[in-house]
Design a protein around this ligand. Structure first.
Ligand SMILES: [Zn+2]
Length: 331
């Protein structure tokens, strides 16, 4: 289907799926993203970089639900594998996982997009452990709606982390609490377009807060307090794009994570450059790293059309990098 036809198809679907979305609110209580004016939200955020993130207030809404009944034997359903990775493919999968593993998974409603689509995060924690003793990893995927492989790798990583099929993964899943936002830009993802429905490039909006999506994600990071943020992207499927890379911001941990992402990729025969740059801080990773000292890494995988299996390779590269990040944080 052409992009135009697909967009038209989805714009019709949006009307049709609203009741389904309304039904798909199984766990959290309703949480409205803070409707701050730009000036207010800027003054809230543009604080001295020396303000430790630990002093930021926790949002009680983000702790509204807790894992309850232990049902460890239920199989974890496979994440959807369609090319477009739309919200109405991915959100029902998240719901199924949360229902299958209520002892370890909860869904957090972070807010909503400018067109009213919910923004969901999936939190995965070890059963019966005190969250305060765990390392906290947040993975934000798909600020750009036309980067569906970022969602695909985010959901697969969540599924692998939950399944913990290897001894090493089991050790990490006992030490780390994971928060994955598979679709940071639901309106863009529904239309396969880079920007939000308000025509905002989210990854130039951090600190400006013109979009409700960035406001909701900012609140999430401040409330959930990750020790490491990964911002998961992909270079678009054109031949002349830079090589895959991990760019660190916010100190030694972030630099170590980027290095280990690169080495982990190299061990699988993939090239992924590790770097660290100071600059434009309306990008997610630099916003947290430069302004608040929260270790953050931008991950860009590459999809080259001339390479057979390019999509699968890009997802594999991201998965390898995300596990390397988890390992670095969890040790
Ligand atoms: Zn991107």
């Amino acid at each position: 289907m052409s992009r135009l036809a697909f967009s038209l198809f989805l714009s019709v679907q949006v009307v049709l799926v609203v009741p389904a979305f309304a039904q798909f609110v199984p766990l959290p209580e309703k949480y409205e993203s803070p409707q701050l004016s730009v000036r207010e939200s800027n003054s809230d955020l543009v604080t001295s970089p020396s303000v430790p993130v630990e002093e930021m207030p926790r949002s009680p809404q983000l702790r509204a639900t807790r894992p309850t009944v232990a049902t460890r034997s239920t199989a974890i359903p496979r994440p959807p594998d369609g090319f477009y990775q739309t919200p109405d493919e991915v959100y029902p999968w998240m719901d199924t996982v949360a229902r299958a593993r209520p002892d370890r998974v909860r869904l957090l409603r972070l807010g909503q997009s400018s067109q009213g689509r919910a923004m969901w995060a999936m939190e995965i924690r070890p059963a019966g452990r005190t969250p305060a003793k765990l390392k906290r990893l947040a993975v934000i995927c798909r600020q750009h709606g036309n980067e569906p492989e970022a969602t695909a790798s985010g959901t697969r990583f969540a599924a692998q982390f939950l399944a913990a099929a290897t001894p090493q993964a089991r050790v990490l899943a006992e030490k780390v609490i994971l928060l994955v936002v598979p679709i940071a830009n639901p309106d863009g993802a529904a239309r396969y377009q880079r920007r939000t429905a308000q025509n905002i490039d989210m990854n130039r909006d951090w600190g400006h807060n013109h979009s409700p999506e960035v406001r909701a994600l900012t609140q999430m990071v401040k409330s959930w307090k990750p020790q490491l943020v990964i911002d998961n992207h992909q270079w678009l499927p054109f031949e002349k794009m830079p090589p895959p890379m991990a760019e660190a911001s916010g100190g030694q941990l972030a630099r170590g994570v980027a290095q280990n992402m690169s080495m982990s990729n190299a061990a699988r025969g993939f090239y992924l450059a590790a770097r660290s740059r100071w600059g434009l801080d309306s990008l997610c990773h630099r916003f947290w790293g430069q302004r608040f000292g929260v270790p953050a890494v931008l991950l860009e995988t590459r999809h080259r059309p001339s390479v057979q299996g390019a999509r699968a390779q890009a997802i594999e590269q991201a998965l390898s990098a995300l596990w390397a990040a988890t390992k670095t944080l969890g040790r």
